[in-house]
Design a protein around this ligand. Structure first.
Ligand code: NCD
Length: 307
């Protein structure tokens, strides 16, 4: 039963529960009209303490397409946050008005704290450089739709694997499906944090390699997950400038990849995928953004327990 649960970490739901969400997303995709009123009278609150386009809009679009309504802020300075209100007090107050809340926060753990004070479901829409579980649901649904499976895959993650929360959540989630292998492609300064290697990859005996050059491994992956260098998490602008254009996926590199490979990116992209790749049938990142809305429709419906 997913009704009433929070989603803070990708491991909060079992793989069966995740499959339940995907099955509902499949139904929504095939007949959206049937779901147009299942959230009539329900209210979603979006509490965004950090910028967002896809995550906030896709949650809002998801709720509106289910017949529900939306309140919230995308600019914390326009709410009592600017007066120094705590996350706990904000969520308790919002819980007086809304049925479900989505929170993005620059501090790791803030949505977790909110969930501890909340009677309505709280969904983590990204907490600092930590986790982003609904991006992961998006990524998994996209992979499942493109490949027909979530196991037996070689997944290349490329770019900022240190601060990129989408990669952290995706690695966690993929580690629960059998026989997945990871190719971690990053500059040495932006490698996957040790805690993920020790607690997730090594503990679950997931085969992985760490490399610096995309060209060396692009022909070996089924999925290439590109990411942006997370400028806002750098202490020093010079380091960002030095590292930001390290990986640029272009036609030449795509020519080396398998015809069956697909390219994902949580977006926004900066320079890491050249626009010339957008027309390649293997470029899945805009489709992925669409799956993000459908999977959030399914998630909202499940957490609210509406039929
Ligand atoms: C990602 C995020 O916010 O972590 N964006 C998103 O939600 N689609 C990726 C990023 O900002 O690079």
């Amino acid at each position: 039963m997913l009704k009433g649960k929070h989603l803070i970490d990708p491991m909060d739901f079992t793989t069966d529960e995740i499959e339940e969400i995907f099955k509902l997303a499949d139904q929504i995709i095939s007949c959206q009209r049937e779901f147009a009123h299942i959230c009539d009278g329900k209210l979603l609150a979006t509490l965004f303490y950090e910028p967002s386009t896809r995550t906030r809009f896709s949650f809002e679009a998801a709720m509106l397409r289910l017949g529900g309504q939306v309140i919230g802020f995308s600019e914390p300075n326009s709410s009592s946050v600017s007066k120094g209100e705590s996350v706990a007090d904000t969520i308790k107050t919002v819980g007086c008005y809304a049925d479900i809340a989505v929170m993005r926060h620059p501090k790791e753990g803030a949505p977790k704290v909110a969930s501890m004070y909340s009677e309505m479901p709280v969904i983590n829409a990204g907490d600092g450089g930590h986790q982003h579980p609904t991006q992961t649901l998006t990524d998994l649904l996209t992979i499942r739709s493109a490949k027909g499976r979530l196991n037996d895959l070689t997944i290349g993650c490329c770019g900022d694997l240190k601060f990129g929360r989408t990669v952290h959540s995706l690695i966690k989630a993929l580690s629960r499906y059998e026989n997945n292998k990871l190719v971690l492609i990053s500059p040495s300064e932006l490698k996957v944090p040790d805690y993920i290697k020790k607690e997730i990859l090594e503990k679950n005996n997931i085969e992985f390699i760490e490399v610096e050059k995309l060209e060396d491994v692009i022909d070996k992956v089924d999925i290439l997950y590109m990411t942006r260098v997370q400028r806002e998490r750098f202490f020093n602008e010079d380091d960002y400038i030095r590292l930001r254009d390290r990986y640029i996926l272009d036609k030449e590199k795509m020519n080396k990849a398998s015809e069956e490979m697909i390219v994902l990116h949580p977006l926004p992209r900066v320079n890491e995928i050249s626009c010339e790749v957008d027309d390649d049938p293997r470029a899945y990142y805009f489709k992925q953004a669409k799956y993000g809305m459908y999977v959030r429709m399914a998630l909202i419906a499940k957490l609210l327990g509406v039929k």
